[in-house]
Design a protein around this ligand. Structure first.
Ligand code: IMP
Length: 430
């Protein structure tokens, strides 16, 4: 039995989808435990590219794919994603399981997300606009609707009428938004169709997942977003509204912490961020532009250009601590192929000149102190043998591993499944 959690160690977009897909070849189930369709996991194999927002990447290998109680689901987008997967021949109904306790992202959540960002103007968070924050607010405020609520149609209709009334009032009075007037009747009939499609997949997922554990199966927990978008430990308020850390894999799926056997941290060989918020190693020069173009750094969900910068060892060291990371998968190393010199932030200098080597509570007014290393200046895309990697790349990896205090177990040299070096593949499973 193994329960392996996969988490992003930076601000998301580290390449988790590819690594989850790769490790799924030996997994019996893949579980998403937080977030919603703000995530965008890109998986490439053969000559096909899949971008999954909600459905766990395990579905591509027809492995049991579970949406745990901790996720928030926009059924409109979710059913569309399922239909697209079915068109490629995947039997989604057979392999997908959805928690009856997962919360729904309702149409008003998306409207409120958008209007709130508009109101904030320059101080906006830069959300994905998918209604994630308002949906988690309603969950915590005990005003949300859960997947299981759909099963009792009469009760659902009554709750919907009550909530729609309330939300329409809020939208009119607080946001002065006339366009946003929702009809309970329309939503009810739309959701009745979704229920028809999803009903066979709705189950008690904590029971199912614990049964997998008891049967000695291998389970992968697929984190969404990244460590520094965590609502408690991230760069608040520029964060998402869920706990993205490995600890939440337990709460968001309904298993106990004693079951977890490993935590694999996914780390990009440099740093990127989408949306607003502090980013100490951000580059505004040609090096930043080169990272963006070579790394094709545009959001998988919103298409927004990602901000790019050098590797930040303080950030990833903190992620290793917060998540209890047991090893690292380093992705997108080939994006650095053209650089003469590579920089790694090893400390921050505060405005009073003091230097700190540990991640501080606030990233405002800190500037990075860099360690410089020579680049490898040759094409490494697609190399699959460790011995063929240039010595400068191995030195870069060794330095990262030493600075963040975690061993490297996976090296990714390209976007495709097969463009990967897994050191000691048996370490993840017993
Ligand atoms: P929200 O999750 O849509 O509320 O957005 C909050 C912040 O998290 C914004 O800065 C988003 O750009 C960022 N964010 C949310 N999901 C992802 C993701 O999957 N990758 C990278 N950034 C994300």
């Amino acid at each position: 039995m193994a329960c392996l959690i996969i988490v992003g160690t930076q601000w998301g977009d580290e390449g988790k989808g590819k690594v989850v897909d790769l490790l799924t070849d030996r997994a019996d189930a893949v579980v998403r435990y937080q977030g919603g369709n703000n995530a965008g996991h890109t998986v490439m194999f053969g000559n096909q590219t899949f971008i999954l927002h909600m459905v766990p990447s395990g579905i591509l290998r027809e492995t049991t794919s579970i949406l745990g109680n901790g996720v928030v689901i926009d059924l409109t987008a979710f059913v569309k994603e399922i239909n697209e997967l079915e068109q490629t021949g995947i039997d989604v109904e057979k392999h997908l399981r959805i928690s009856d306790r997962a919360q729904l992202v309702m149409p008003w959540h998306k409207t409120i997300d958008r209007l709130r960002e508009q109101q904030k103007g320059k101080s906006k968070i830069g959300t994905t606009g998918r209604g994630i924050g308002p949906a988690y607010e309603d969950k915590a405020g005990r005003a949300g609707i859960r997947v299981g609520d759909l099963l009792d149609q009469e009760n659902f209709r009554n709750r919907l009428e009550e909530i729609v009334n309330d939300k329409n009032k809020i939208l009119k009075q607080y946001f002065d938004a006339d366009e946003a007037s929702f009809s309970a009747e329309e939503i009810f009939s739309e959701y009745a169709d979704y229920l028809k499609k999803l009903k066979p997949c709705i189950v008690d997922t904590p029971l199912l997942i614990n049964q997998f554990v008891e049967d000695g199966k291998h389970i992968l927990f697929e984190g969404a977003q990244g460590t520094f978008l965590d609502v408690d430990h991230g760069t608040y308020p520029f964060v998402t509204s869920s706990n993205t850390l490995s600890g939440n894999a337990c709460v968001g799926s309904g298993i106990g912490p004693t079951r977890i056997t490993g935590v694999l941290g996914i780390v990009k060989a440099y740093t990127t961020r989408v949306g607003s918020g502090p980013f100490p190693t951000e580059l505004f020069d040609n090096d930043g532009k080169l990272l963006q173009s070579e790394g094709n750094e545009f959001g998988a969900t919103t298409g927004r250009p990602r901000r790019c910068g050098w590797f930040d060892a303080l950030l990833v060291r903190q992620a290793v601590r917060l998540n209890g990371i047991t090893s690292l998968a380093v992705t997108k190393l080939d994006v650095l192929d053209k650089f003469d010199t590579l920089k790694i932030a090893v400390a921050y200098r505060k405005s009073n000149g003091e230097e700190c080597e540990n991640f501080p509570g606030s990233l405002e007014n800190v500037s990075p102190v860099y360690h410089e290393m020579p680049g490898w200046k040759c094409s490494t895309a697609g190399i699959v043998e460790y011995d063929k990697l240039p010595s400068e790349m191995l030195a870069y990896l060794e330095k990262i591993s030493e600075l963040v205090a975690a061993p490297v177990s996976v090296i990714s040299t390209g976007p495709k499944r097969e463009e990967t070096i897994v050191l000691n593949p048996d370490q993840f499973w017993d």
